[in-house]
Design a protein around this ligand. Structure first.
Ligand code: NAD
Ligand code: DAU
Length: 338
């Protein structure tokens, strides 16, 4: 299969966690590619996340993926779009689903329409949560054939957006692929999420918070490995196909929390049990055989303890990046009993 060559790519949501890591990865690894970021700078977006990228490699557009005329203008000048922009946090979707429907469903629709009009290659970033959850004792893992069974308002909007992409491929011939990835960790993740919330709690002298019985399992992947997988799929994936991205990183929440506590010099029980998330998915697990065999992708960050230590160091060294959001984030959780 010949590699597709793209010179001008739009990356939506690249002021957020995974999108910004992808933008840095592309600039560092693909010297001929220009990145145009389209990001609305919601509470989760931060222009600083793109700091260090040379001006000549990046165009930053502050705008909304639901803005049809703006999106159309940008697609005229691009040969591919990688779509990360989303409302991404489950707990927020439970408290207020409306922005999730707008951005995740209407926003994806707006981009697909532009991709159709301009014949633009489109890669849609999705999540393993569209498959619902697995029991702790189930030997199965998710594959590309697993039926969709989303549990939360967030995951149901991501499932909806995946369905739109599939329909636009089949009906209009849009040149799209989809990837469904497991839980990412690494630098620049918003402190509402599990790992950075606990790290920054400890840095602030607040006890970490564990939902439910702490036995829920997530399948962790370093965000840099997600980036390299997305690039392989964008340039060498088969149009119309879905690829699952995962790095065999299944861990229970209590194990992850105890690893953070140990790495930060705390005792194993230095945390609070808090109210469980309604509808809390029990376990996610990815079988990424298709991606590995078809495209030869392999993760590089296979030592979780090492990746976690680097992530802890990043939050300790970048307090100015997260400090301003800490009080409001914790106040929101406290109001929910979490
Ligand atoms: P994030 O919340 O950190 O960032 C989302 C970004 O999208 C922000 O910069 C925000 O400003 C921007 N955005 C939101 N609404 C927008 C709109 N209407 N128009 C333009 N920009 C908008 O999210 P993340 O954790 O980096 O996730 C990125 C993508 O990856 C999402 O599609 C998510 O579903 C998917 N995903 C995330 C994970 C994970 O572990 N975090 C795993 C698998 C897939
Ligand atoms: O699986 C991919 C998904 O991973 C992505 O689609 C989502 O965008 C991303 O947010 C993430 O979803 P989760 O709900 O799994 O991530 P979160 O960081 O919110 O929580 C991880 C686990 O930790 C989950 O079982 C809930 C638990 N948790 C979370 C927080 C914030 C706690 O026990 N305590 C907490 O304080």
């Amino acid at each position: 299969m010949a590699d597709a060559e793209f010179k001008n790519i739009i990356v939506t949501g690249a002021a957020g966690f995974i999108g910004s890591n992808f933008a840095h990865w592309v600039v560092d690894n693909q010297p001929d590619v220009h990145v145009t970021v389209l990001d609305a700078l919601t509470y989760a977006g931060n222009r600083e996340n793109l700091a260090g990228i040379p001006e000549k490699r990046l165009t930053f557009v502050h705008g909304d993926i639901c803005d049809g005329p703006l999106v159309d203008e940008l697609f005229k000048r691009a040969d591919a779009c990688v779509h990360f922009a989303a409302e991404s946090h489950n707990d927020n979707s439970i408290a207020n689903p409306a922005p999730f429907l707008r951005t995740n469903v209407e926003g994806t629709y707006t981009l697909l329409e532009a991709a159709h009009r301009h014949g633009t290659r489109f890669h849609h970033i999705s999540t393993d949560e569209v498959y619902g959850d697995l029991a702790l004792d189930d030997p199965a893992r998710f594959t590309e054939e697993t039926p969709y069974r989303p549990s939360s308002p967030y995951s149901s909007t991501k499932a909806s957006s995946d369905m739109l992409v599939r329909a636009w491929v089949r009906t209009y011939g849009v040149k799209a692929t989809i990837s469904n990835c497991s839980n990412n960790y690494g630098p620049r993740q918003h402190i509402e999420k599990f790992i950075p919330r606990q790290i920054t709690n400890i840095l602030c002298g607040i006890r970490p918070k564990l939902y439910g019985d702490g036995l829920n399992v997530r399948d962790w992947i370093h965000t840099e490995d997600h980036s390299s997988a997305v690039w392989e799929i964008l340039t060498r994936g088969r149009i119309g196909e879905t690829y699952l991205i995962g790095a065999d990183g299944e861990r229970s929440n209590i194990d992850v929390l105890r690893s953070i506590l140990a790495a930060m010099g705390k005792e194993p029980d230095d945390f609070d049990w808090v109210r469980d998330r309604p509808g809390h998915d029990r376990r996610y697990a990815i079988d990424s055989t298709k991606l590995r065999t078809e495209l030869g992708w392999l993760p590089k960050h296979t030592d979780f303890a090492e990746g976690l230590a680097a992530t802890i160091a990043w939050y300790a060294d970048n307090e100015a990046w997260w400090r301003g959001a800490k009080e409001a984030t914790e106040a929101k959780y406290a109001a929910q009993g979490q």
